[in-house]
Design a protein around this ligand. Sequence first.
Ligand code: SAM
Ligand code: SF4
Length: 324
Amino acid sequence: MLYDPLGREFHYLRLSVTDVCNFKCSYCLPDGYQCETPRNFLTVPEIRRLVSAFGATGTSKVRITGGEPGLRKDLPEIIKTCANTSGIEQVALTTNGFNLEKNIQSWVEAGLTSLNVSIDSLKPEVFRRITGFDRLQSIFAGLAKAAELGLSQIKVNAVLMQTFNADELSSFLQWIKDKPYTLRFIELMETGDNKAFYQQNHVSGYAIKQHLLNNGWLPVLKAKNAGPAEEFYHPNYQGKIGLIMPYSPDFCKTCNRLRVSALGKLHLCLFGEQGYDLRQLLTSDQQQAELQQYIQACLSDKKDSHFLHQGNTGITQHLAMIGG
Ligand code: SAM
Ligand code: SF4
């Protein structure tokens, strides 16, 4: 098992497979994806070697993210590669859902076990204002299809923002009354690019938590190896709520995840200062032992907190860079 100097154990890998995105979310890429030159993202054989090394050192869950992972034509192959790796029990995907309806069947057939779709508004017009795309109905249809295909772990990510959708909290709760989804409110995080937007739009996760507790929602007891999300259930609701509150003081204490960027850099934190290049250790199957030792050695640099509450955003200009 990979571990750091504070004794935290890491069994969850968040793997970005591209930093390109087609959406223009106001808090992430308001002007759209900017890089003009082709990017040399990790190939399927490199991903196989990378995930094998993590699987051999205790990682049981891989989340494929980006940018928008649905833009990779070889996504089914990537999912299959992760699912077939020894030690990996769960393969999750975080997507903006633009091609969910069309492709979910091939993703499930490839071995996907859980799906997170980002939906920041249930109102088509507000959804378009946030993302730049009029896609909400197709995303709803894709979610329904995922459930029909038997995918049991379906989560919806939403970021509440003062000037866009903060008034939709009650509608979101009502929406999951008869749907078996876990709705996860991610507190808006400050990044290098969105400082003014953050100041104007941040909604405290603590306020959402108080609203839940005042309205009959009850905390789900955390499993020993659970990550930083706080979960809530309600006896009258089929769906559950998850709160991701990165500004809460204890958030980093339960950190159980490592990140690898689409260019093969290991990131010890979403808001760290540097990435550790793994790519030169992904060229042959003979480098597995060296790769595992290098990843463990890098972990000695992992800090106890992201220091985000002090306005530290590290090198992270936006979350599409390393995979949110
Ligand atoms: N494109 C995919 C998507 O949107 O689901 C995957 C990548 S995106 C970076 C992953 C998640 O990060 C999304 O749920 C998005 O809402 C969230 N996110 C991006 N920027 C954020 C920010 N500044 N604060 C909070 N959440 C953010
Ligand atoms: Fe793209 Fe996801 Fe960022 Fe939105 S949050 S711009 S969908 S990477």
